[in-house]
Design a protein around this ligand. Structure first.
Ligand SMILES: [Cu+2]
Length: 151
């Protein structure tokens, strides 16, 4: 009788510990999610300070990146692809702009509002390059971003 009582007390303590763990785990998971999310703000200043979006190729080795802009700010503002990937840039312009990447000698034509153009190339040179808009003084106004090809 005594032994049985001791045993059930033991289970009760164990049950409490398990319950406490189950409460603690979702809380810490949520905390991580929130702090991770905080880095993805839309309010990003200079392109140089923007968080880099890392892209991985699909089964065919293609990385497709859709670019857009709001005013003189491209989205995404900083991207990374692995060396050797086939990169497909799909740029949709808001206003009259283009998307150029001189480091690879590629770019879209100057597009009108809501026009889309696709540019494809092989990212065969590692390094960090700048993409930008060549219309008027847009580049000087900050219409530029970072294109990183990782080794
Ligand atoms: Cu522009």
């Amino acid at each position: 009788m005594n032994t049985l009582q001791k045993r059930s007390t033991g289970y009760a303590v164990l049950g409490f510990v398990v319950a406490a763990l189950m409460l603690a785990i979702p809380l810490s998971a949520q905390g991580q999610q929130e702090s991770g999310h905080a880095g993805h703000g839309d309010q990003q200043a200079a392109a140089g300070n923007s968080e880099v979006e890392v892209f991985t190729p699909d089964a065919d080795g293609v990385v497709e990146i859709e670019f857009s802009n709001r005013g003189f700010q491209y989205t995404p503002a900083a991207v990374q692809v692995p060396k050797g990937a086939t990169v497909r840039i799909v740029y949709t312009s808001s206003g009259r702009h283009d998307w150029r990447l001189d480091g690879y000698g590629v770019g879209t034509a100057v597009l009108g509002n809501n026009q889309t153009e696709t540019v494809e190339f092989t990212a065969d040179t590692a390094g960090e390059f700048e993409f930008y808009c060549s219309v008027a003084n847009h580049r000087a106004q900050g219409m530029a971003g970072r294109f990183i090809v990782a080794e």
